[in-house]
Design a protein around this ligand. Structure first.
Ligand code: FE2
Ligand code: FE2
Length: 193
């Protein structure tokens, strides 16, 4: 699904279930980072009006998700903790070489964003299906749909602003790299861990 080459080991949900506070904290910051990425694309590429418009809507939507996760944290009697480091994203973003033209840089940013959305969507689906918590199961089912739309939107923009064949090749290479990365993951109670 979603072009991903390696599914998450469903046992990851068993790890998550033991520490709901941790997964919600990490998840809240995933939404915040998604909003920040949308804003950084606006700042970096203001002349791309269609991108600016969609990133404006996305930043709002992602902060809406942040708010929903934050509400869950408060409802359960917790307080939002400090930001968790996303090792997956750090490793993922080492894939494309640094430098290159502004357009190349944009395509790489869009492909990274597409992949993070796709993997998040897969994780949300897994949580919705496997988690032993009625409320969170429904919560993740709803979020899964939004993330699937985000994944296709980022891919659409990458193909629009880059050379389509080159973009498709890069997307495929990035998917292969991510699958390798995933082999060592699925063991922590974080959204991408
Ligand atoms: Fe989101
Ligand atoms: Fe998203």
């Amino acid at each position: 699904m979603l072009g991903l080459k390696l599914p998450t080991d469903p046992r990851w949900v068993n790890i998550v279930e033991k520490n709901i506070e941790e997964i919600l904290t990490d998840h809240a910051y995933c939404e915040q980072k998604a909003a920040s990425t949308a804003i950084s694309l606006i700042i970096g590429f203001p002349e791309k009006s269609e991108l600016v418009k969609e990133m404006t809507a996305l930043a709002r939507e992602e902060m809406g998700h942040f708010n929903m996760v934050h509400d869950k944290i408060i409802k359960r009697g917790w307080v939002l903790g400090r930001e968790r480091k996303d090792e997956y994203v750090v490793q993922l973003m080492k894939f494309f070489p640094k430098g290159g033209s502004r357009e190349t840089h944009l395509v790489h940013k869009l492909l990274y964003a597409a992949l993070i959305e796709a993997r998040s969507c897969e994780r949300f689906r897994l949580l919705s299906e496997e988690i032993d918590d009625e409320e969170l199961s429904e919560f993740y089912r709803n979020l899964m749909v939004s993330e699937a739309n985000h994944y296709t939107m980022f891919l659409k923009f990458a193909r629009k602003y880059g050379n389509k064949e080159e973009v498709d090749q890069k997307w495929n290479d990035l998917l292969e790299y991510e699958a390798q990365l995933m082999k060592g993951l699925g063991k922590k109670e974080t959204m991408h861990g």
